[in-house]
Design a protein around this ligand. Sequence first.
Ligand code: AMP
Length: 215
Amino acid sequence: MRIILLGAPGAGKGTVAEILMEQYGISQISTGDMLRSAVKSGSELGNAAREYMNRGELVPDSLIMDIMEKRLQADDCGKGFILDGFPRTIGQAESLAAMLKKLGMKIDAIVNLEVPEDVIVRRLGSRRTCSNADCQAIYNIHTKPSKREGICDKCGSPTIQREDETEEAIKKRLATYAEKTAPLIDYYRNDPAFISAPSLKPEPAVEAVAALTGR
Ligand code: AMP
């Protein structure tokens, strides 16, 4: 099962991905998580990506495509994968199509998560993330607080507000989404694998994938 999740930052892609991973036994591939780990480890990729990310801008397509080609062929992708946060531009979608063709892979579902902008702003501003790059568990101070304030339930590291989740960076990320990523909805709309689901809760999207694929 191979799935693409589309949606604005804060639309709930991570939450839907967690359920789909469990349900189909497939891996989540989050380019945001991969980039944050790279920044934390101070690798060449991380150093090249850091400034773009902190400003709420997209990292150049060339950097992303390099890491994705290797990632899609990793052992844990044998049963499939969920792409979370990729593709983010028409250019990435076109490169992905060429890459999948070369690898003989087909996408089973392209899921667009619909959430009103005011909900997104509220969600992102109240989000806290585990500072441990290997964990990156996500909490919400209103709806999903950690048991001990400021401490990750899973690994005990401090939870923090991400630099790109300040009010200014959130506005920039939403503007970037509208300009660069939202056009993907029209790019994929006529694909038989395309579905769109309201995402105040994760269930409608999960059920739509099952209905579309019969799995
Ligand atoms: P996310 O956690 O998916 O919202 O990603 C955080 C940040 O990482 C984004 O604001 C971008 O700067 C960068 N990023 C993640 N995925 C991509 C992508 N596919 N293309 C370009 N930049 C990305």
